[in-house]
Design a protein around this ligand. Structure first.
Ligand code: NAD
Ligand code: ZN
Ligand code: ZN
Length: 375
């Protein structure tokens, strides 16, 4: 079918809304009418080149929710009319990683940036006669999608789409960074560095896990105020202020768990993040920098002698098929505040305004809400 999507054709250019052609679902694929898409910082890395896809043009978007409108052969667990969330990590349930319980490390993830469909290895989207590379095999910046079933998770239809889309990436990643990867225990002191969509979810994970103190760090004053409303106990404008403040509050012990959710991770800053971490503690790097960045500043002796852990995480260490419905049921039970994480809603045509607002610190999360105008 012909529809439209937000594409980039070269680095550091604005998103371009234009016609795309999407193939019909083949074996193991479903077609989805998109209702909402979160605007995660990772799509901005596509623009800067921090995350280079296999080629251009790139169709952005990896945090979405919609309604199944067609199912291909071989799809048994999804039906027309189902409300679904797209997980930015496909999870097949069968590969060695999935079998080992590491569903966020599914072997299908190897093709995440390469653009070729899981189903048959072909390119299913074209624009201006060229193959399109969809972000993480999805491309939620389009009112329609055709995707492999391993990226699709059925949800309760009573959940608003604008809320549901957030658990396709940011919320599940942030919450899991706190509760799964950092394994926050009751009484831990926790620092969250960077209060965007991922950081605010990490903060909520820390609060729910029973953190004693939650230190939130962000240069934007409004975000620090929001962090306090969401349960932070102390806020700081930058890591230097946090180093001094946390040292004072904890009598030099520092934070048992540190979760780094800044927009762009730089190797030069890692030592400061580890300095915020208590002896025996864990510093979780959730933020992403340039894929080409291999230089890290780190005091190795202090890492060893203070027995600290420096830990990466993807999708918060979670299982899409378990965590997505689980977090949405916590939302329904009033245990997870997703409504107040949605700061602004945009039309697809306003995507560049939305990303500028993100960079200007105006949004916890901005989302695209599709309407019939977009279709
Ligand atoms: N590991 C994963 O699976 C995964 C998944 C999703 C997103 N991410 C990454 O997580 C990061 C956060 O994503 P997001 O969508 O929440 O971004 P965002 O832009 O919404 O939020 C980033 C926040 O960090 C703040 N910030 C920037 N520099 C800072 C600094 N030096 N100190 C303290 N705060 C700082 C900004 O003011 C902003 O509030 C990005 O790098 C994104 O690519 C990783
Ligand atoms: Zn994301
Ligand atoms: Zn798998």
């Amino acid at each position: 079918m012909k529809t439209k999507g937000a594409l980039i054709w070269e680095f550091n250019q604005p998103w371009s809304i234009e016609e795309i052609e999407i193939g019909d679902p083949v074996k193991d694929e479903v077609k989805i009418q998109m209702e909402a898409s979160g605007m995660c910082h990772s799509d901005h890395h596509l623009v800067t080149g921090g995350i280079p896809m296999g080629g251009f043009p790139v169709l952005g978007g990896h945090e979405g929710a919609g309604i199944v409108t067609e199912v291909g052969p071989g799809v048994e667990d999804l039906a027309v009319g189902d409300h679904v969330v797209l997980s930015f990590i496909p999870s097949c349930g069968k590969c060695p990683s999935c079998q080992a319980g590491l569903r966020n490390l599914c072997d299908l993830g190897a093709g995440l940036l390469l653009g070729a469909a899981v189903s048959d290895g072909t390119f299913r989207i074209q624009a201006r006669g060229q193959n399109v590379f969809p972000m993480t095999l999805l491309g939620t910046f389009s009112p329609y999608m055709v995707v492999h079933k391993s990226s699709v998770v059925k949800i309760d239809p009573s959940i608003p789409f604008e809320v549901a889309c957030l658990v396709g990436c940011g919320v599940t990643t942030g919450y899991g960074s706190a509760t799964r990867t950092a394994d926050i225990r009751p009484g831990d002191d926790v620092a969250v560095i960077g209060i965007g969509g991922v950081g605010m979810a990490a903060l909520q994970g820390a609060v729910n896990a029973g953190a004693r103190r939650v230190f939130a760090v962000d240069p934007v004053e409004w975000k620090r105020d929001q962090a306090l409303k969401f349960g932070a106990t102390h806020v700081y404008p930058d890591v230097e202020a946090a180093l001094m403040g946390i040292a004072e509050v904890t009598a030099g012990l520092m934070a048992k768990k540190v979760i780094v959710t800044v927009g762009e991770l730089h190797g030069a800053d890692v030592d400061a993040y580890v300095n915020l971490t208590a002896k025996g503690g864990t510093c979780v790097l959730t933020a992403i920098g340039s894929l080409l960045d291999t230089q890290v500043s780190l005091n190795l002796a202090m890492l060893t002698l203070m027995q600290k852990n420096l830990q990466g995480t993807i999708f918060g260490g979670g299982n899409p098929h378990y965590d997505i419905p689980q977090l949405l049921s916590m939302y329904q039970a009033g245990k997870l505040n997703l409504d107040d994480m949605i700061t602004r809603q945009y039309k697809l045509e306003q995507i560049n305004d939305g990303y500028q607002d993100m960079l200007d610190g105006k949004n916890i999360r901005g989302i695209i809400r599709y309407t019939d105008d977009d279709r």
